[in-house]
Design a protein around this ligand. Structure first.
Ligand SMILES: Nc1nc2c(c(=O)[nH]1)N[C@H]1C(S)=C(S)[C@@H](COP(=O)(O)OP(=O)(O)OC[C@H]3O[C@@H](n4cnc5c(=O)[nH]c(N)nc54)[C@H](O)[C@@H]3O)O[C@H]1N2
Ligand SMILES: Nc1nc2c(c(=O)[nH]1)N[C@H]1C(S)=C(S)[C@@H](COP(=O)(O)OP(=O)(O)OC[C@H]3O[C@@H](n4cnc5c(=O)[nH]c(N)nc54)[C@H](O)[C@@H]3O)O[C@H]1N2
Ligand SMILES: [Mo]
Length: 726
């Protein structure tokens, strides 16, 4: 008996203990990083996790976030049953109801609003977990609404718009074959730890690294041969200046440009505006360092550039800056060349897998013909032209103002209003809705505003299809008992399609049948996938040979890499520039009152947006909401480490702790998002956005800081500054 207890205590998997190891995936972070997990399970409960050795993505590694899966899945605020609001919105008073009752109410209310105000009066929102997106998009369309939108209104898509304008296709760096890596806004140590191994291998075999980042990060310390430190959002000016130098010195690939590039003459003329006389004033980077970077580019055989989803797009000039950076790949002949930028196609949940599923056919199969354009289509016409979905950043405004038409209900899956700019306005907007449904694992502040809350299950409790780079596909099985009465999002959408009687047989057929349709072109079946409890290699997968895309003609109006976008030129009514022109990033507000720059991007290694803040042992690594400020700024404001301070913008203020550090430049405040008690997105404006993409300028807003006395009425989060009118 004693020895059995020892075995159980040691979590030893064997017959006596009844502990089994089952394989599943971690879905805490983005699908590209859904690592394989060895789940130790006893009596249907998860008791321990480890990284799966045999998994082609993580090969046994698991980060701090993945290690926290048990604490995440059994978080105390897990929702156990469907809930119906009985108190005021936001009060958090709910009564448990049955699934049947919840579905009945949702169907009646959504159909009622559709009958009265039209289907577009209902918006469908999906949060960061991407796995149910094709189903939610199709559901919205089958309901008759173009108002489907996701967290990708603030993530990744800005960069993709830049790529689609330039070359008609997305791209990724061929890091393994380059001898110069231009790590523009690159710190995989925090945001993409699985990329670190390759980066360090490259470093070991002599690849040179330029890191472009305002901060001193682990990537700077471990990899950089040259570190350029522009102020946030000034990257476009820096890239254009580099182009000017490269062109003037003749360090470009003229033959490549003549054959594959469109608009070079206009671009070459424009970049002359960025030079030794102004670049340090514009960006903070000394001209000699820009010259040094250009020399390294000239001396390299092949240069690959980092692609990033957040730091470059999160500015009001994000798409243009992205285009300016990637133009360097074209003028040096590195686009679609070995060791440069590889054009790629994405498949299921946006992965570069080397095979194509029919995901898009499914997601877009029922797009309504004469529906009204989605929310944001007027303000962000390029976004709508390319994405054909709502730009979520404009949704709170449209709910509150009712223009161009009213939105009365939101059906959300995993919505977190705290991730979007101007959270106070979001709260008002969600409170104003006639009907609001949210599904989530946890009773979040956003869920507390809903009329009906549905309990979603985690990746350990459901089975799902997943694709990975290098030709892998996987169909997982549930590995633990479901927590409470939760269901998977895909099941919820299928059930609702029946209850609401949508005329969409495939949607009613359900997840597995839909996956069967999506993989029909592949040399593999759902049965084969389900037989394996690890990812399976899909026969025949792989990338087309380098050079084939440029030679075959690109998917742009001219068939070339467009430095001058003919799509934008053909739409003067959009008011956008065909060239990757630069504008300074900061928003209004008197610089005397708001003398500093707030950069609320960047990642912490042990958190993922809001999801892990409530987990004590992860929170313990950085317990307080802390603003990173330079030592000089700390001195000037009389701030010591850990002292209470106010961080404020034109929109309001939050109380945080000072974290003086030599890692950040003077004049810039870095602050991480997702803390409910000090929510930085309350300080940001939904008007301060990129007109090309609609992306919020999370990373460049004028701000100020002041020390607080530290007395009891000045605790973080308690007494924020009153919001200014107008
Ligand atoms: N200031 C600032 N704001 C930012 C950013 C920034 O850098 N700075 N980054 C932006 C970026 S890049 C992104 S991607 C967004 C992230 O924005 P969100 O996607 O909104 O991020 P989360 O806080 O993780 O919220 C997702 C919610 O989904 C729930 N959830 C998780 N898994 C599931 C599931 O399977 N089903 C359901 N129904 N719910 C689930 C979680 O519990 C959580 O409540 O934030 C953006 N906001
Ligand atoms: N641990 C952890 N990992 C994550 C996430 C998380 O929340 N936590 N979120 C995931 C998500 S949704 C996303 S979108 C990605 C984001 O990941 P990436 O797109 O790779 O970007 P980050 O790692 O956020 O930022 C990289 C660097 O950019 C710098 N930077 C910020 N602003 C600027 C700027 O204007 N110019 C330049 N040149 N550099 C700048 C920051 O200082 C930071 O060191 O991370 C993903 N991975
Ligand atoms: Mo993101």
């Amino acid at each position: 008996m004693d020895s059995l207890n020892e075995l159980i205590k040691g979590k030893i998997p064997c017959e006596e203990t009844g502990i089994q190891i089952r394989h599943t995936l971690c879905a805490i972070c983005s699908p590209a990083n859904n690592c394989g997990i060895d789940a130790y399970v006893k009596d249907g409960r998860l008791i321990k996790v480890e990284g799966t050795q045999e998994h082609p993505k993580n090969h046994g590694f698991l980060c701090t976030k993945g290690q926290a899966n048990r604490a995440f899945i059994y978080r105390k605020d897990r929702i156990l049953t469907p809930l119906k609001r009985v108190g005021e919105r936001g009060e958090g008073k709910f009564q448990a109801i049955s699934w049947e009752e919840a579905y009945g109410e949702i169907a009646a209310r959504l159909n009622g609003i559709k009958a009265e105000d039209g289907p577009e009066a209902v918006a469908f929102f999906g949060g960061y977990n991407k796995w149910y997106r094709p189903w939610l998009r199709r559901f919205a369309h089958s309901f008759g609404s173009m108002n489907y939108g996701t967290e990708s209104s603030t993530c990744m898509t800005g960069g993709w718009i830049a790529w689609k304008l330039s070359s008609g296709r997305l791209s990724s760096p061929d890091m393994g074959n380059c001898d110069l890596f231009l790590g523009w806004a690159y710190n995989p140590y925090y945001s993409r730890y699985l990329n670190v191994k390759l980066a360090e291998e490259c470093k070991g075999k002599g690849t040179k690294f330029i890191i472009v980042d305002p901060r001193i990060t682990p990537a700077v310390e471990k990899l950089a041969d040259l570190h350029l430190r522009p102020y946030p959002g000034t990257d476009g000016a820096l890239a254009l200046c580099m182009a000017n130098i490269l062109i003037q010195k003749g360090w470009i690939d003229q033959e490549y440009i003549d054959t594959y590039v469109h608009g070079f003459a206009e671009y070459a003329e424009y970049v002359k505006n960025f030079h030794g006389g102004n670049i340090e004033a514009l960006t903070g980077v000394p001209y000699v360092q820009v010259e040094e970077a250009c020399r390294m580019i000239h001396e390299s055989r092949a240069m690959a550039i980092n692609e990033n989803s957040a730091p470059i797009p999160h500015h009001k000039n994000g798409v243009q800056n992205y285009r300016a950076i990637m133009a360097l790949s074209a003028i040096t002949g590195n686009y679609d060349r070995s060791g440069g930028q590889r054009p790629v196609k994405h498949t299921f949940t946006h992965q570069v897998s080397g095979f194509l599923t029919r995901e898009d056919d499914f997601a877009d199969g029922t797009e309504p013909k004469d529906a009204r354009p989605a929310v944001g289509a007027e303000r962000f016409p390029l976004w709508y032209h390319m994405e054909r979905e709502m730009q979520v950043v404009d949704l709170s405004r449209q709910i509150l103002e009712g223009t161009p038409y009213p939105v009365k209900a939101v059906f959300a899956m995993g919505m977190n209003m705290r991730m979007l700019p101007d959270v106070d306005e979001w709260e008002k907007a969600l409170k104003k809705l006639d009907f609001f449904v949210d599904t989530d694992l946890f009773l979040t502040d956003t869920a507390k505003l809903a009329d009906i809350v549905l309990p979603a299950c985690s990746s350990f409790e459901r089975g799902e299809f997943m694709t990975y780079a290098k030709g892998y596909a996987w169909y997982t099985n549930p590995v633990i008992d479901r927590v409470g009465d939760s269901k998977s999002d895909a099941e919820i959408l299928k059930d609702l399609a029946w209850v609401m009687n949508l005329e969409d047989e495939p949607l009613k057929a359900g997840y597995e049948a839909n996956i069967r349709d999506m993989v029909q072109d592949l040399d593999i079946t759902v049965e084969q996938l389900r037989e394996s409890d690890l990812p399976v290699h899909v026969p025949g997968s792989g990338q087309p040979p380098m050079g084939s895309y440029i030679q075959g003609g690109m998917d742009t109006p001219t068939g070339k890499f467009e430095l001058y976008s003919e799509l934008i030129a053909a739409h003067p009514e959009w008011g956008l520039d065909p060239l990757p022109t630069y504008c300074e990033p900061l928003n209004g507000g008197d610089p005397k009152e708001y003398p500093m720059i707030l950069c609320s991007g960047g990642r912490l290694p042990h958190t993922l947006h809001s999801r892990l803040h409530p987990i004590p042992w992860l929170r313990s690594m950085r317990p307080d909401p802390m603003a990173d400020i330079s030592l000089e700024d700390a001195r000037e404001h009389g701030l010591e480490a850990g002292q209470d301070m106010e961080l404020y913008t034109k929109n309001g203020g939050i109380f945080v702790k000072a974290n003086p550090t030599s890692r950040v430049p003077k004049g810039v405040v870095f602050f991480y998002h997702g803390y409910p008690e000090a929510d930085v997105n309350r300080l940001l404006s939904r008007e301060h956005v990129d007109p090309y993409s609609g992306f919020p300028a999370y990373n460049s807003t004028r701000c100020g800081i002041r020390a607080l006395s530290g007395s009891a009425d000045h605790r973080p989060g308690e007494k924020p500054m009153e919001k200014e009118e107008g």
